[in-house]
Design a protein. Structure first.
Length: 301
């Protein structure tokens, strides 16, 4: 009874304890700034999506006409299909390659820290800058190599091929995104106790079984984080398209984010593409929620 009374006293004392006002002075201004630069523009964008605004001058409220038009626009539909298609490919490649590299770098190899720095360099580079470098490679040296090797589909620039222009975009996105995913997987691998592997070796478990039975289950939370981040980044592919194809050829490589930027800021479709941005936000939010629930449920099994 005495222990229960003392516990109640501690709880009541904790609940009635005065909070230092310094915490409010630190938290409240940050929350106001966060809301001013994030929520207010977002709400303004939602409002403009119900108008016929061109980004300047007078405008009228037209209700859901922009949203109805989006579902009838073949260009918008193609952008969504293309975005989801390359996002799935990029997400799979990024996680497979990053996990393989992370497991290799986590092993007992020489110059381990040096290799980690080398693999992380692509993440520090500007996508636009390195994209123009890769554009030159895909436009000049690579076609020449294709001609020398007698490979027909590689003898001309992939960037001008309507059916293959997506390959350079995926290549550049994967090349740069792998670095950050490797870092996260390495952080997860560092949390695994070496004694678990030693015990498995004594039981005669081979390296492949170690990975699937020990490593992969134990880094499940890190896999979930990587999956969400890589898919989110892949769905927002923009810089790669601007640097490599500029949406071409024949609008075949337009992603949703590129279309929003191109039509909204330079194409006189401000309100229309704002509605597209709101729709894309809803789609991303739904995907993120579903993805997190599926991943968390699998981790509990």
């Amino acid at each position: 009874m005495s222990n229960a009374k003392s516990a109640k006293k501690k709880v009541s004392a904790f609940s009635t304890r005065k909070v230092d006002h310094a915490y409010y002075w630190m938290a409240v201004p940050a929350a106001i700034i966060f809301a001013a630069f994030l929520y207010v523009p977002f709400l303004q964008g939602v409002f403009y999506s119900f108008t016929n605004s061109q980004g300047y001058g007078d405008f009228k409220i037209i209700g859901l006409k922009n949203y109805f038009a989006l579902f009838q626009d073949n260009r918008v539909g193609h952008a969504y299909l293309f975005t989801f298609a390359i996002a799935i490919v990029i997400t799979i490649l990024v996680n497979v390659i990053a996990m393989f590299i992370a497991v290799a770098l986590n092993g007992k190899i020489a110059f381990k820290n040096g290799f980690r720095a080398i693999f992380f360099i692509p993440y520090t580079l500007s996508v636009l800058v390195i994209g123009y470098v890769f554009k030159y490679i895909f436009m000049n040296p690579l076609p020449e190599l294709g001609k020398a090797l007698g490979i027909d589909w590689l003898s001309s620039s992939l960037l001008t091929n309507e059916s293959l222009a997506w390959l350079p975009i995926v290549f550049l996105a994967v090349w740069q995104s792998v670095a950050y995913s490797v870092l996260l997987y390495l952080a997860g691998l560092q949390t695994i106790d070496e004694e678990i592997y030693e015990a498995a070796s004594i039981d005669g478990v081979n390296p492949w079984q170690k990975f699937w039975k020990i490593t992969f289950p134990l880094i499940g939370p890190f896999f979930t984080i990587n999956l969400v981040i890589s898919l989110k980044n892949a769905l927002n592919t923009f810089d790669q398209v601007v640097a490599l194809t500029d949406g071409g050829p024949n609008s075949s490589t337009e992603t949703v984010t590129y279309l929003i930027w191109k039509g909204g800021l330079t194409g006189g479709e401000y309100a229309y593409q704002t509605a597209n941005a709101v729709l894309f936000f809803v789609v991303l939010a739904v995907i993120a929620i579903i993805q997190l629930r599926i991943s968390s449920s699998q981790e509990k099994i």
